[in-house]
Ligand binder design. Structure first.
Ligand code: GLY
Length: 570
């Protein structure tokens, strides 16, 4: 892909001036190598909540590394932003260890309970029962976040787990002031919160609290303390595990003690690729994020994007999105349970074939692409990015799925359970709540991990490194794609997170764009090529980005202006 790299050709010159130029170039090269910093001059953290960003910096100041800070940020987000993630959910932690360049993805994704069945959300007629995979304990997969935090601390951290969890424990015990976003989302999930939890800790006498209300979670503080002092046994065995299983079963769920005891974090090779001078590292299956991102970049590989007029560029991006999301729906699922043709999907030849099918002037109706007959999904979630002064990095995206997950808190635990089961294909041919379609590869099976869109990502163009990601369900991947293209154009962290967004996901067959993102004429130019164009009422995403500029010896961090996060470099 050509993204308008600076023209490095020099004017024609004679032999002696050529020699001079070569010498000058060598001097420049030596100079620039000498000035490229080998470690960041400061640490940077960007997260969706100020208390979480501060918790991470507190741990760094106490001698922790980026992995300890990631434990602190994850746990603080679980307390302060309960609509986005939590101990009752899961996520993916993408790690880069500076000392040896080791990169790995911690897969802390939820699993289907062992008693789960393929048709568990269908009625006798085979139709989805409304709400069953969205609210209440039957919607909850077995959580992975507590196991991932223990793994992160024990394998990669420098401080004891109890130290890194301390800020979150204090937040849960002493309380955190809620903001407008919290008030809006409790209103949005009010029915689930009331129905599933009796007296929900997230409501003020059963009502959405006003901004400024103190959210206190003493039961969650006690569960975090057990995790801090007993490690994984503090959650997956003993009193907490018993309370989780009893609470779930009494309320109609199907968890067992064996489900919790059997949960394991998996270390996976991330998806890696190149686009011009850029190398990227992103989430692997069971997230679709890295594969879909890589596929889109592969399809665009030979196109001079910055030389194209706006309409042709938008059209090409949308057609690449359409094709990659179709493949997501057709092929992707838990790699431990289904055979996914990853190598074929990521091969340049395959991408060239997809590119050849794109008409330069006309939209390809999605129903003309080979069909898919099944659903998959995604939604509210959270992301944070960290770099420490040694250059260790973490990009982590975590989720409960829908805002406030299932709404169900197992009595006595303070643990809000996810509704991640809704990320499976509930039934062939039925789009999910986000309109995504999926396939057999993502059908429900005991112990299986549901397909995700979460896309924690590292970008590196040799001069700068970016750590980024965002919540936003099915739109996560296209947000990361647009930010990647902006990074390749030289955009800074603020530009990456603020970028206006548009999205296509194969089905429904329409291009969505944020209010204010496109002019009337830009939308009309796409409509003239046969695209259905839809301006949404609300913006989407809450991207968090940290950039280490090696040549400029600078670290910058930015939180999405759409959210209430905090980015700090110290
Ligand atoms: N539940 C959001 C996702 O995993 O994509």
């Amino acid at each position: 892909m050509s993204l308008g790299c600076k023209n490095t050709r020099r004017p024609r010159t004679g032999p002696s001036s050529s020699l001079g130029l070569i010498l000058a170039a060598l001097l420049l090269l030596v100079g620039s190598v000498a000035t490229a910093s080998s470690a960041p001059p400061a640490a940077g953290i960007a997260s969706a909540h100020p208390a979480a960003t501060r918790a991470g910096h507190e741990i760094l100041a106490d001698g922790g590394n980026a992995f300890d800070a990631a434990v602190a940020v994850s746990a603080a987000l679980a307390v302060a932003e309960p609509y986005g993630s939590g101990l009752g959910g899961g996520g993916f932690w993408l790690l880069h260890r500076a000392a040896d360049g080791h990169e790995v993805m911690l897969d802390g994704r939820e699993r289907a309970p062992l008693a789960a069945t393929r048709d568990m959300y269908l009625d006798a007629q085979g139709d989805p029962v409304p709400g069953l995979s969205i609210a209440g304990p039957l919607a909850a997969g077995i959580p992975g976040t507590p196991a991932a935090l223990v793994h992160l601390a024990e394998r990669y951290g420098r401080l004891p787990l109890a130290r890194s969890l301390a800020p979150a424990i204090a937040l849960a015990r002493d309380g955190v002031e809620v903001d407008e976003q919290y008030t809006r989302l409790t209103g949005f999930r009010l029915e689930a919160l009331r129905a599933a939890s009796g007296s929900s800790p997230f409501l003020d006498a059963g009502e959405p609290p006003a901004p400024g209300w103190m959210l206190r979670q003493p039961a969650l503080a006690r569960t975090l303390e057990r995790l801090a002092h007993e490690g994984r046994a503090g959650f997956y065995a003993g009193a907490v595990a018993r309370a989780l299983v009893d609470g779930v079963r009494e309320a109609g769920g199907i968890w067992s003690a064996e489900d919790l005891a059997a949960y394991r974090v998996v270390e996976r090779e991330p998806v890696r690729g190149r686009a011009g001078e850029l190398s990227f590292t992103a989430a692997a299956l069971p997230s679709s994020g890295g594969i879909v991102l890589a596929q889109i970049l592969n399809v665009l590989a030979d196109d001079p994007l910055t030389d194209l007029d706006q309409a042709s560029r938008d059209h090409l991006l949308i057609e690449a999105m359409r094709r990659a999301y179709r493949d997501r729906a057709a092929h992707l699922g838990d790699p431990d349970q289904v055979a996914v043709p990853v190598a074929r999907l990521l091969s340049p030849d395959y991408a060239a074939g997809l590119r050849a099918g794109i008409h330069p002037e006309r939209a390809t109706p999605s129903d003309l692409l080979p069909g898919v007959s099944d659903p998959a999904r995604g939604s509210d979630t959270t992301h944070f990015s960290v770099i420490d002064r040694e250059g260790n990095r973490v990009a982590a995206t975590m989720s409960l799925n829908y805002p406030f997950g299932s709404g169900f808190v197992a009595p006595g635990t303070g643990v809000l359970l996810n509704d991640e089961m809704d990320d499976f294909s509930i039934r062939p041919g039925v789009p999910n709540v986000y309109g995504l379609v999926g396939n057999e590869a993502n059908a429900i099976a005991p112990g299986k991990r549901m397909l995700s869109s979460m896309t924690p990502t590292f970008l590196d163009d040799g001069r700068r490194v970016a750590i980024l990601g965002t919540p936003g369900g099915s739109r996560i991947i296209t947000m990361v794609l647009l930010a990647t293209l902006e990074f390749m154009r030289g955009g800074d962290a603020k530009a990456l997170v603020a970028l206006p967004r548009f999205h296509h996901q194969y089905l429904p067959d329409r291009v969505q764009f944020e209010p204010g993102a496109w002019s009337e004429s830009r939308a009309a130019a796409l409509a003239a090529r046969g695209h259905e164009v839809q301006r949404l009422e609300r913006t989407w995403g809450d991207m968090q980005a940290v950039i280490w500029d090696r040549m400029g010896d600078r670290v910058e961090a930015a939180s999405d202006p759409r959210g209430g996060g905090l980015a700090e470099v110290r």
